[in-house]
Design a protein around this ligand. Structure first.
Ligand SMILES: Cc1ncc(COP(=O)(O)O)c(C=O)c1O
Length: 389
């Protein structure tokens, strides 16, 4: 009996069986037909990055700190650093004072921000409004932190009177403020200047502010009169999603934080020969390339044009809603158009995210006027049929 030569040539990857290929083809067709009807979730679908396909054949991995050395050299740290520098500039970070990395998405960025805050103030109390994305409450649970939910206004902004009163009652505990720079449902921006003035009035000097700028973090840098949103508005950390306004075939994000907070958590790890400053160990190395390629292709001018187009399309949608007798509105500098909740069929057809009595349409860069017209017509039909006796 022949013994197999286990040390022979490396066996090449077998081809995909025909049935499996057919299944993928079917899935491809399904996704192609679904994509144009995605108007309710904040993801952009107008990107292309075929230049990155060759990199799918490598075990790229950005384990560790992108600004430090690593034993693992199949990484894209050089590109990641450029992405971070781009975000530092546009999120108004003072030169040299912040650090950041490309995350797996907005949630990881929120976890990172609150992790740093918790390391700074182990007994700190996290405050977030009731309109905050569910990731905040989850992160608070993961960290075992104490938290208080602040009332929200009907338009999605934080109720500042409730914040002031609640902070006043807990003045002995350092506050960790989780501020929304664009809430999920209303696109509302919590007023950082007002939050800071409340802290100053109450003489609370030890505090931490994390900004969740998942979508608006890549819109506000491009508008003429943004609400305060970045490091110049006093935040300690900020999380932005990469697959939202910029767009990416894989979820990703960017988190930036003041370097002095990061230095407190950094640990040197011998196994990978790098500083362990990130939440995940092994990290996606393709997403920094995706973001880098989008920045190279579009440039600042292209990203600005794209944001302004989305804002103009949001206004167009509001006009169309009004013409159909439906009260729709948006916040200043927001592309989230809010309207009364339509019937379930419309919600499913357009992949909408409803909440209580409202739903929204987000005029992301892949959305067209024709799509807006079709959505408004269907919503009008749905609302008038539900209003019929
Ligand atoms: C305001 C806000 N924060 C955080 C997130 C979470 O981001 P991700 O899905 O990238 O984890 C979202 C997602 O929609 C969001 O709207």
């Amino acid at each position: 009996m022949n013994t197999p030569d286990l040390l022979g040539d490396i066996e090449p990857m077998p081809p995909l069986p025909p049935a499996a290929q057919e299944r993928l083809d079917r899935f491809h067709r399904d996704i192609q037909s679904l994509a144009p009807s995605l108007v309710g979730y904040p993801v952009s679908q107008d990107y292309e990055c075929p230049e990155l396909t060759p990199f799918l054949g490598f075990s790229l991995n950005n384990v560790g700190d992108p600004f430090a050395d690593s034993f693992y050299r199949e990484n894209t740290f050089a590109f990641e650093r450029e992405v971070i520098e781009f975000f530092q500039k546009h999120l108004r970070a003072p030169p040299g004072e912040t650090w950041g990395y490309v995350t797996g998405g907005g949630t990881e960025g929120n976890l990172y921000g609150l992790f740093l805050a918790r390391e700074l103030f182990p007994d700190g109390m996290v405050y977030f409004s009731e309109h905050t994305h569910y990731s905040a409450a989850k992160v608070v649970r993961v960290l075992g932190a104490r938290s208080i939910m602040i009332r929200g206004r009907e338009d999605g902004e934080m109720d500042y009177d409730d914040l002031r009163e609640t902070l006043r009652l807990h003045r002995d505990v350092p506050p960790i403020i989780f501020a929304n720079i664009g809430t999920t449902m209303h696109g509302a921006v919590d007023d950082l200047a007002r939050i800071r003035s409340i802290l100053a009035d109450l003489a609370i000097v030890r505090h931490y502010i994390h900004a969740d700028a998942a979508l608006s973090g890549m819109i506000l840098p491009w508008v003429a009169e943004p609400q305060p949103f970045g490091f110049d508005a006093g935040v300690d950390s900020i999380a932005v999603s990469g697959h939202k306004f910029i767009g990416s075939p894989m979820p990703c994000g960017v988190v930036l934080a003041r370097r002095r907070h990061v230095d407190r958590v950094a640990r040197s790890v011998e196994y990978v020969g790098c500083m362990d400053t990130t939440i995940a160990g092994s990290r996606n190395a393709l997403t920094p390339l995706v973001l880098w390629s989008a920045i190279q292709r579009r440039g600042e001018a292209g990203l600005r044009r794209r944001a302004l187009r989305s804002l103009a399309l949001a206004d167009y949608a509001i006009e169309r809603f009004k013409a159909a007798g439906i009260a729709a509105w948006r916040h200043r500098n927001s592309i989230t158009v809010v309207f009364p909740r339509p019937g379930e069929r419309v919600i499913a057809r357009w992949q909408m995210a409803p909440s209580h009595n409202i739903a929204h349409l987000i005029t992301m860069p892949h959305v067209t006027r024709a799509t807006v017209d079709a959505v408004v017509a269907e919503i009008a039909a749905s609302l008038s049929s539900s209003a019929a006796p």
